[in-house]
Design a protein around this ligand. Structure first.
Ligand SMILES: NC(=O)c1ccc[n+]([C@@H]2O[C@H](COP(=O)([O-])OP(=O)(O)OC[C@H]3O[C@@H](n4cnc5c(N)ncnc54)[C@H](OP(=O)(O)O)[C@@H]3O)[C@@H](O)[C@H]2O)c1
Length: 549
């Protein structure tokens, strides 16, 4: 390929600050700044944001962490991270690194020590005076979930849930709509998992509510920062031809798949307590489900969109114990080979109990009980060590009411199917029937395809970049509201409570009979990966093998 052709294939940079939306100066305080999320995602994202989409000069990042470091040691640590984790063609040159480092500050404390929060308060006030952070604070809790309530209470006790006095017109945010015009603000981002079940999520919401107003709270799910997830709304509500078909009259079923090819890696402790249903279904899949199924909002704003998402979640009845047994399958991956290399099974992973019943795969069926979706099954599935990494939503339309062609002529034909690929290879494909060229009447399904990269030639922002930028701007559209998170847990609890009561079963092999459980559940195709026994997925196969624990 010529250099010119290569250059023309290079994606153009995206815009993150829309016209008229300029970020205010602020201090971002990262709790858990030495942890995996902060080092691998947050710091590289902030470095990119600062370098490519200039943040105001008076912008600071404060690490609140327990290791005995000073500002210079913290800067060296942060630079090492961004040089390791930023994509190669994004890395900052020496001057850029120096610039970035000059915005970093360190406050040493444990989460438990109230003195530490006083120290933090003094540091933030100093930054307001010396760096011009204008009293604006964003607290990012990249922390073990069990420490969140402690940190929230300590922030409240230290008076840090209110903005500082740095702004000329220093006022708190009031009312439902947060904006930046002339007011200073304090906001908090809470990472997933938000609670372990409904009761713990409600408790965390109460703990937050004692210290912060709802419009200061940003519950993050990084899936909502993905362009392709946001595009579900754009696709549905900006195209006149699909919305009239988007209902039970024309849609046979919907499938939402989040498949990962990797195992649990080093996250055994976390995964053992969460499993696939809490790690993926309760948050990412429920968000995608909401955007796919919700009614049109009255406006494109945070409250209107989240109102519709909550309405949709409320239309999903918690599963009865019988439904939870019949319509939900869970499984664990077993040992096998991937790319010629032996990989261990879940129970053999370091840190996993040999008798663990934690599911690494879950497939289930929901119904949304409203006019639009009556009797349309939503098949959900997610798992680790699956044949390929893929997140997609498939809308399967009903067959034509009367088939004119002979069965022998339509063997290669499937009903219309719209697939929204969220990752990788982001795009949309619509399967349509077409005549194979030649004298015979032979029909086949073909794809009409749209690829994000090819269509726009613009790089997509990293999910965290979009979400952090939105939080700085005070736009909570892509964040999860209190009632939304609780509605989602109510559904998940109806399944996990039944699981808790079931005796752990030995692994059994399920055959997928035509019309049998897995086929009905949308686990419609066997994709055999050498040695990996868990192989139920996707469309049109006669058999799938699933180990259920
Ligand atoms: N990692 C990811 O990709 C990812 C993705 C989505 C969500 N999350 C969520 O983000 C949160 C953080 O995850 P992580 O993977 O970054 O966890 P992690 O690597 O275990 O980091 C935890 C951080 O908290 C600090 N910490 C723990 N207890 C403390 C205490 N008592 N006082 C002061 N500091 C303390 C640790 O400090 P030390 O370094 O000194 O131990 C470390 O900086 C979790 O809720 C996780 O579920 C993570």
């Amino acid at each position: 390929m010529t250099q010119q052709a290569e250059a023309s294939q290079k994606l153009k940079p995206h815009k993150i600050w829309q016209d008229g939306h300029m970020p205010q100066p602020c201090a971002i305080v990262i709790f858990g700044a030495t942890g995996d999320l902060a080092q691998r995602k947050l710091l590289p994202t902030l470095a990119h944001l600062m370098h490519d989409h200039p943040l105001p000069q008076s912008f600071c990042i404060v690490a609140f962490a327990r290791r005995p470091l000073d500002d210079e040691q913290w800067r060296a640590m942060a630079l090492k991270s961004i040089n390791t984790y930023m994509p190669e063609d994004d890395r900052l040159d020496e001057e850029g690194q120096k610039q970035f480092a000059s915005h970093l500050f360190y406050c040493q404390s444990t989460f438990e020590d109230s003195q530490g929060y006083q120290k933090l308060k003094q540091l933030l006030e100093k930054l307001d005076r010396e760096q011009g952070t204008a009293g604006n604070r964003l607290f990012y809790l990249a922390t073990p979930p069990e420490t969140d309530s402690q940190i929230i209470a300590q922030l409240g006790a230290a008076g840090l849930s209110h903005p500082g006095q740095g702004a000329e017109n220093g006022h708190e945010e009031h009312g439902n709509h947060s904006n930046n015009h002339g007011k200073s603000w304090a906001r908090i981002i809470i990472e997933k998992p938000f609670g372990h079940d409904l009761a713990t999520a409600q408790k965390l919401n109460r703990d937050l509510g004692r210290v912060f107003r709802e419009n200061q709270i940003y519950r993050i799910d990084h899936y909502m920062g993905k362009e392709t997830v946001q595009n579900i709304l754009a696709f549905r509500f900006s195209n006149g031809i699909f919305e009239p078909l988007w209902n039970q009259r024309y849609i046979d079923h919907v499938q939402i798949t989040v498949a990962e090819s990797l195992g649990i890696g080093t996250r055994a402790e976390f995964y053992e307590s969460e499993g696939a249903i809490r790690d993926i279904v309760q948050n990412h899949i429920m968000q995608v489900l909401c955007l796919t199924g919700m009614e049109p909002p009255v406006a494109f704003d945070a409250e209107a969109i989240r109102d519709e998402k909550v309405k949709l979640l409320r239309a999903i009845n918690p599963l009865t114990p019988d439904e939870a047994k019949q319509d939900v399958v869970r499984a664990q991956y077993v040992a096998g080979e991937v790319d010629g290399k032996h990989v261990v099974g879940y129970k053999e992973e370091q840190g996993v109990k040999p008798d663990s019943t934690t599911e690494t795969f879950v497939a289930l069926k929901f119904f949304i009980e409203n006019w639009r979706w009556e009797d349309v099954p939503f098949y959900i599935r997610t798992g680790k060590r699956l044949p390929k990494r893929s997140t997609e939503v498939t809308i399967q339309f009903k067959r034509v009411p009367h088939q004119l062609y002979k069965p022998s002529e339509t063997k290669g034909l499937v009903p219309n199917r719209l697939t929204i690929r969220i990752q990788p290879d982001e795009g949309i494909a619509l399967k349509i029937g077409a005549k194979v060229p030649g004298a015979a009447n032979q029909l086949s399904s073909v794809d009409m395809s749209f690829s994000y990269n090819q269509a726009f030639g613009i790089e997509s922002p990293e999910a965290y970049e979009r979400l952090i930028a939105d939080c700085i701007l005070g736009d909570s559209t892509l964040f999860i509201r209190r009632d939304e998170i609780e509605a989602s847990w109510r559904i998940i609890d109806s399944i996990t409570k039944v699981w808790k009561q079931l005796p752990p079963r030995r692994c059994i092999l399920i055959k997928l009979e035509p019309g049998g459980l897995l086929r009905r559940m949308g686990c419609l195709s066997a994709m055999d990966v050498p040695g990996i026994t868990l192989s139920c997925l996707w469309h049109d196969a006669a058999e799938a093998r699933v180990y259920i624990s």
